[in-house]
Design a protein around this ligand. Structure first.
Ligand code: HEC
Ligand code: HEC
Ligand code: HEC
Ligand code: HEC
Ligand code: HEC
Ligand code: HEC
Ligand code: HEC
Length: 257
């Protein structure tokens, strides 16, 4: 059987509405309140309890997952559970398993994009992580805990998510750049960017997020030094022999190679 996560936006809206009604999210701080579940031809929703029969390990820890909080709206509020991402599971369940009767976002992130439409756009930008080599689940655990691996306030752990593949940025450096204590995402957008190297900004703006710039009668001061001639003549803060060792340096406290 060939599965289409969703035939078209309209088909989905219609089908989704018929099957489930509009889905609302329990968390009011989110602006994505209208969400559509994916569909699998011929299958209906059976609920997470059904999945638990055979996938006990994943179901047991699912209660702590970000997505376990997703609910359908109205009086008959119920948990969306596993099928929010895997699609209705009756056929899969009856067959006792199988890969072609259930959706698996590992093969196709469309299911994620359906609710996270902005991410589809970000992954379409000129600079992204290479599709196919790096998937959503390299950085997000859908089945347990905070969906952002290492999550939330545990910044060091979140950097670990990046460092498992980007060993070169790990350090330790003789002269560290304290910006990395914040997070890799202080400067990079992991989903995609219009700028090379997934940078959030392509020029001094990136660095001036944190480094105070002061225009005085005698010059343009950054970090206590007059930078007026540098910025005009040499380009970005990290190119042309300036602070090239942005992630940390072994030779210079001014972050040079
Ligand atoms: C937020 C979306 C999402 C939800 C909700 C979700 N899953 Fe998954 N599931 C995924 C993704 C993505 C993968 C692929 C994982 C990977 O790439 O390692 C996956 C993989 C799986 C697999 C294949 C296991 C493997 O190791 O390859 C099973 C089985 C599974 N999920 C069952 C469940 C069950 C049972 C639930 C509910 C308790 C559930 N999923 C809820 C997204 C989700
Ligand atoms: C009767 C047992 C059974 C039930 C119930 C069941 N599964 Fe499975 N599932 C399996 C088996 C066995 C596999 C191993 C894959 C295979 O058969 O090729 C599997 C594989 C999967 C996979 C991975 C498919 C892939 O891409 O390789 C996902 C995702 C999955 N199940 C989700 C679910 C969800 C969601 C539910 C509940 C709606 C569910 N399963 C209910 C037995 C079951
Ligand atoms: C049915 C809709 C739906 C699907 C499908 C879905 N998500 Fe989500 N996701 C949400 C909603 C709603 C939230 C916000 C939940 C909240 O903040 O309480 C969310 C939150 C997240 C977060 C943020 C967690 C945090 O701590 O801020 C990540 C990361 C995420 N989803 C990744 C994924 C990935 C990866 C997939 C596909 C495997 C996926 N989502 C599939 C609806 C969905
Ligand atoms: C290379 C790692 C990486 C990959 C791949 C990745 N993400 Fe993320 N994602 C992150 C990080 C890190 C954050 C936290 C962002 C922050 O703190 O600024 C995040 C945040 C999010 C959020 C919540 C905050 C927001 O920006 O809305 C969602 C939703 C999300 N990702 C969805 C996805 C989906 C869907 C995919 C796959 C199509 C994906 N991500 C792939 C690293 C990644
Ligand atoms: C699963 C492995 C993996 C994970 C996890 C991962 N990356 Fe990547 N990253 C890659 C691959 C593969 C490339 C493409 C490599 C290349 O082109 O040299 C890449 C490219 C990049 C680039 C652009 C490099 C260039 O030369 O254009 C940046 C920046 C980057 N990643 C940052 C991050 C950040 C930040 C995180 C954590 C949120 C992260 N990565 C997590 C594998 C990963
Ligand atoms: C202070 C801002 C900043 C922070 C924080 C930061 N980066 Fe970067 N990163 C940059 C800049 C700027 C470049 C481009 C360097 C260049 O073009 O020479 C870059 C380039 C990269 C590249 C491409 C390889 C290369 O040397 O060109 C990777 C991979 C990367 N960063 C990963 C990471 C990881 C992983 C983290 C977190 C541990 C991180 N970055 C934190 C600013 C930052
Ligand atoms: C997330 C915040 C943040 C960002 C973004 C950031 N920095 Fe920093 N940077 C710091 C902190 C914190 C320090 C340590 C305190 C200090 O020296 O001001 C530091 C120190 C430095 C130093 C060492 C100053 C010295 O002489 O000790 C240099 C050079 C530097 N940063 C350059 C850059 C460059 C270049 C960029 C842009 C690629 C950048 N920073 C982006 C936070 C940041």
């Amino acid at each position: 059987m060939k599965i289409r996560p969703f035939a078209s936006r309209n088909a989905l809206l219609f089908g989704g509405t018929a099957a489930w009604g509009l889905l609302l999210v329990s968390c009011v701080t989110v602006n994505r309140t209208l969400l559509m579940p994916p569909s699998v031809p011929g299958a209906t929703f059976v609920g997470a309890k059904d999945c638990a029969q055979c996938h006990e390990d994943l179901t047991r820890s699912f209660g702590s997952a970000t997505h376990a909080k997703l609910m359908t709206p109205g009086d008959t509020r119920r948990e969306m559970g596993c099928e929010a991402c895997h699609g209705p599971g009756s056929v899969h369940s009856k067959a006792g398993g199988g890969a072609d009767n259930i959706l698996n976002p590992a093969r196709n992130p469309d299911t994620c994009y359906q609710c996270h439409t902005d991410k589809r756009g970000e992954f379409a930008l000129p600079h992204t992580h290479p599709a196919g080599h790096v998937t959503c689940t390299d950085c997000h655990d859908p089945h347990r805990g905070d969906a952002i691996l290492g999550g939330g306030t545990r910044m060091a752990a979140t950097n670990e998510t990046c460092l498992k593949c980007h060993e070169a940025q790990r350090g330790p450096y003789v002269f560290e750049h304290e910006a990395l204590r914040d997070h890799c995402t202080a400067c990079h957008n992991p989903h995609g960017s219009v700028n090379a190297k997934l940078l959030k900004a392509r020029n001094a703006t990136l660095c001036l997020q944190c480094h105070f710039q002061q225009q005085t009668a005698t010059g343009l001061f950054i970090g206590g030094r007059d930078h007026s001639s540098y910025l005009v003549q040499r380009g970005t803060c990290w190119s042309a022999g300036c602070h090239e060792a942005v992630h940390g340096s072994h030779v210079s406290s001014s972050l040079r190679f």
